[in-house]
Write a protein that binds this ligand. Structure first.
Ligand code: AMP
Length: 175
């Protein structure tokens, strides 16, 4: 199944110069969504893991289905201020300014091997921060799984240069 057909591309959203790759059109197609999760499951079967971590917010959609199928705990990596318990946080650079992601301190420990899931990798800033957050909890990052890799942007190479394994289902140019 060619999943690329189900991604809608919207120029100049959310701002001028960005070609937005919209996953809602894939989610609304039952066979495409099912195929996506099956493919992620196949990939994850080759990766030793104890938990699935999801990057807010579109990562939640795919990670939760995968965790359910694999019968693994789902850990939410959330934007600052969303988690009620004691958290560990990691700052990262956005195009303009800084952002922070957080995880509950109790969610991960040194015995954990974690697959991190997100919908898309572009510059890799968010994903690298997610990996740093998992490492701060003393857990190991087993791999990343993305639905979409914007292959001409530096994200995948950045993660690989830090020693992380990355998997993606489809490639698109960033522009
Ligand atoms: P980055 O930190 O640059 O790798 O950006 C990754 C995050 O931003 C992902 O969680 C994506 O959901 C979102 N994102 C970045 N670029 C795009 C794009 N062109 N289309 C859709 N989502 C994007």
């Amino acid at each position: 199944m060619n999943l690329k057909k189900y991604i809608r591309s919207i120029p100049n959203y959310p701002k001028q110069g960005i070609l937005f790759r919209d996953i809602t059109s894939l989610l609304e197609h039952k066979k495409a969504f099912h195929f996506t999760i099956q493919k992620m499951k196949e990939i994850s079967k080759k990766i030793p893991h104890t938990k699935i971590a999801a990057i807010e917010s579109r990562g939640f959609v795919f990670a939760s289905a995968l965790a359910y199928l694999n019968k693994k705990p789902l850990v939410l990596l959330r934007k600052k201020g969303k988690l009620p318990g004691t958290t560990i946080s990691q700052k990262f650079k956005l195009e303009y300014g800084m952002d922070t992601i957080e995880v509950h301190k109790s969610s991960l420990n040194k015995k954990d091997k974690v697959i991190i899931v997100d919908d898309l990798i572009a510059t890799g800033g968010t994903a690298l921060a997610a990996a740093k957050l998992v490492s701060k909890c003393k857990a190991k990052v087993s791999a990343f799984i993305f639905l979409i890799d914007l292959f001409d942007l530096p994200g995948t190479k950045l993660l690989q240069s830090h020693g992380y394994k990355t998997y993606k289902l489809i490639n698109f140019p960033g522009h």
